[in-house]
Design a protein around this ligand. Structure first.
Ligand code: GAL
Length: 461
């Protein structure tokens, strides 16, 4: 059967981006610095010394971008709001009207083109001022600052934005930002990730409280969080390896989803992390438990998990399970698996298994895949980018999404990462995730074969 017809009529098809990765205009119209501006200025942190200073210049070219989305036939656009463009020093007592105006224009443009705006409130670009004056995600006050900022956004945009995502990938902020130091703010610690993670959960929950108590009844939208997780397949049938894979998933996704859906951190984390894991007090639990109207999921790859065998060989920075020593497991990949330019394995069935794992563990919530995609460096030749590997990637992952729906999973939407090639964090502009090609010298956009494939798919959906 035609792939598109395997999805329900009301399925939300979309593409996704984030502010720092595409907007550029980082020093324009009153935007304050974020921790990523500063991280990019630190020698050796980002490939080629790249930064988001200009990026895709979406700030000036957003109309063209929304038109391209409309041509593809997507129903939704997931973008993120830059906190320091709206509040230059992060504090809600000083609002940058030019920032509000920009997002108003972007939102209006989406709606004019029949595209539903899905706004992420935090995609890693913390105002630098809050890093310096309060200690960023390690401080007790940061969750209140975030709640204040989100109130400004609900006030300004909530009449038209009906889908809110509070935090994108708390795991990445905590592990890559505070554990491995490969993302901003670049800390190396075995305790800070758990403090940052706790504050991210509180920030999410406080923002949801603001929305639900002051805006939701009148504005009628939904609010949730997006977490990322790869699938972990047991390396063997042994009870130990099965337990290791389960533990890996609980440390990855359970860390943030268990408190929201089950009311506490997973037992294995309490045991493995010990005193470094903050306590979810009764007060925290009241805030966090039940604080998501839908389950946002970013998914990219799969690895095998096995009981640790004492061999402490280096594991890859990306795609590993975080602070491995806390988890007592080893991760590996199968040599036969194809990989993308990120060296992430292409394993579509892992996506289906993860969707079922979420449905089983969290009471079959409405799930939206808010990111899935791949980096391949296909060249622009004669005005065309023939990215057949990306087309195969999307076709195979969507096939497994359809299988999951057939199997009873409440998957309600899918956003391709990314709408266009962009600033891929520590990899700079070296890694191209877009279904639209961007010439970073001229800013010119070209739909790749994959964008045309989506247009075809959505024309029959
Ligand atoms: C996600 C992230 C995106 C994008 C993608 C590809 O973790 O939310 O911003 O970079 O990975 O690496």
């Amino acid at each position: 059967m035609n792939l598109a017809l395997r999805f329900p009529k009301e399925f939300v098809w979309g593409t996704a981006t984030s502010s720092y990765q595409i907007e550029g205009a980082a020093d324009k119209d009153g935007r304050g610095k974020s921790i990523w501006d500063v991280f990019c200025e630190t020698p050796g942190k980002v490939s080629n010394g790249d930064s988001g200073l200009i990026a895709c210049d979406h700030y000036h070219r957003f109309e063209e971008d929304i038109q391209l989305m409309a041509q593809m036939g997507v129903k939704a656009y997931r973008f993120s709001i830059s906190w320091s463009r709206v509040l230059p020093n992060g504090m809600s007592d000083s609002i940058n009207q030019a920032g509000i105006d920009f997002y108003n224009s972007l939102i209006d443009c989406c709606i004019d083109h029949g595209i539903e705006p899905w706004a992420t409130l935090y995609h890693w670009d913390l105002p630098q001022h809050l890093e310096e004056s309060e200690g960023g995600w390690l401080s007790d006050s940061i969750s209140d600052r975030f709640a204040d900022y989100t109130e400004v956004c609900f006030n300004a945009f909530g009449d038209r934005v009906k889908r809110w995502i509070t935090i994108n990938e708390a795991w990445v902020v905590a592990i890559l930002g505070y554990g491995q130091g490969v993302f901003a703010p670049g800390h190396n610690s075995t305790s800070e990730p758990y403090i940052a993670g706790h504050n991210l959960l509180l920030a999410h929950a406080k923002a949801v409280k603001v929305y639900r108590s002051q805006f939701q009844a009148e504005q009628g939208g939904l609010i949730g969080i997006t977490n990322n997780c790869d699938w972990r397949e047991p390396l063997s049938d042994s009870a130990q390896d099965k337990a290791a894979a389960q533990r890996a998933l609980e440390f990855f996704l359970g860390w943030f989803a268990d408190p929201i859906y089950l009311g506490d951190y997973p037992e294995c984390m309490k045991t493995g992390v010990g005193e470094r894991l903050p306590l979810i007090t009764e007060e925290h639990r009241n805030l966090i438990f039940g604080s998501s109207d839908f389950f946002g999921l970013n998914h990219y790859t799969t690895m095998y998990a096995a009981e640790a065998n004492g061999d402490t060989a280096e594991q890859s920075v990306y795609g590993n399970g975080g602070l491995n020593e806390d988890q007592g497991l080893d991760l590996s990949v199968d040599d036969s698996w194809q990989t993308t330019d990120m060296q992430w394995a292409v394993v579509p069935w892992g996506c289906r298994k993860l969707l079922h794992w979420i449905a089983d563990r969290y009471g079959n919530p409405d799930i939206y895949i808010t990111e899935n995609g791949c980096a391949y460096d296909d060249e622009l030749v004669g005005g065309e980018v023939n990215d057949t590997r990306r087309v195969d990637f999307y076709a195979s992952y969507l096939e497994e999404c359809a299988n999951a729906i057939d199997g009873g999973v409440n998957l309600k939407g899918y956003f391709a990462w990314s709408f266009m090639d962009n600033f891929e964090w520590a990899s700079g502009y070296d890694k191209r995730f877009g279904i639209h090609h961007v010439d970073f010298d001229t800013g010119e956009r070209t739909p790749k074969q994959s964008a045309k494939w989506f247009r075809q798919l959505l024309s029959v959906s």
